[in-house]
Ligand binder design. Structure first.
Ligand code: SAH
Length: 260
């Protein structure tokens, strides 16, 4: 039986001109031109493809990341007043004083996550279970769900947790789990994780994240740097112990404890 896909809010159904019995062989009075080129979804496909080209030019090389960034409609995660800026390389406010990260920061961090020791030499494989700290609007969590088998994403602000729920609902992602909680303690029930990624920066990487990381797994997180700002830190858990690297300077909202 043919089923009609559910239409998403604000997501025009594609109109393909098919001649009905009544119009077949006759010139229709209204020209039956396909409307697809005029729909926002098609327009956003082209804009998103340009964003992906820009990411590649900026040095993002992992095909899995580029595919995921091309697939997820970032404009669905930002306020309607900011939709026009959704594909620019900029962070944007998402309410409650928080921000959605720049596309190139999201892509860079996920590319680092996919370079975890367990995936070395496997450029086409998905990550296993991933924990994200700081769901925000749910954008990065959705991108992650394209490159990992299971994603657990924690948010401490109830308002944003609810908003992210609403944002991801149309995508019907059975492998993405949004949790309200304090991500400083991780989420032991989903452990061990192949990757842990934080979208908020603290003093140091909490011990709980290291405990909940699988051997062969990787943490990518912003932390306070010696210079007084923030820097990305990468921690790999290997059979012989932890390997820590400090990378470039970044600017993330602070990692805070407790739920609000
Ligand atoms: N990845 C997000 C970016 C969100 S900004 C996106 O794609 O939109 C970072 C988020 O981390 C904020 O929403 C903030 O409330 C949250 N956060 C800060 N400390 C946290 C903690 N301890 N546990 C869970 N979330 C936290």
């Amino acid at each position: 039986m043919a089923t009609t896909p559910p239409s998403r809010p604000g997501f025009p159904v594609r109109l393909t001109p098919t001649a009905s019995a009544a119009t077949r062989g006759r010139q229709p009075s209204v020209p039956m031109r396909p409307l697809v080129s005029a729909t926002p979804s098609m327009a956003s496909d082209a804009i998103r493809a340009r964003m992906v080209q820009r990411l590649a030019a900026q040095g993002v090389a992992d095909a899995r990341v580029l595919r995921a960034m091309g697939a997820v409609e970032r404009h669905r995660f930002v306020d309607s007043a900011l939709v026009n800026q959704a594909y620019e390389d900029t962070s944007l406010p998402i309410g409650l004083g928080q921000t959605i990260s720049k596309p190139n920061v999201v892509a860079r961090m996920i590319e680092l996550l996919l370079a975890a020791p367990a995936l070395a030499g496997k450029p086409n494989d998905r990550l296993g279970r991933v924990l994200e700290i700081g769901t925000g609007c749910g954008y990065q969590a959705t991108v992650l769900s394209h490159v990992a088998s299971e994603v657990y994403s924690i948010e401490r602000l109830r308002g944003l947790h609810e908003r992210a729920r609403t944002n991801i609902r149309p995508f019907r992602l059975a492998t993405l789990h949004l949790l309200l909680g304090d991500g400083m303690v991780g989420y032991a029930k989903g452990a061990p994780y192949a990757g842990i990624i934080a979208a908020a920066g603290g003093e140091a990487v909490p011990e709980a994240w290291i405990e909940q990381l699988a051997v062969g797994g990787r943490i990518v997180a912003p932390t306070h740097s010696a210079a007084g700002g923030q820097a990305l830190v990468v921690i790999d858990k290997t059979v012989t112990g932890l390997q820590r690297r400090i990378l470039e300077a970044v600017h993330f909202v602070p990692l805070k404890s407790g739920i609000a």
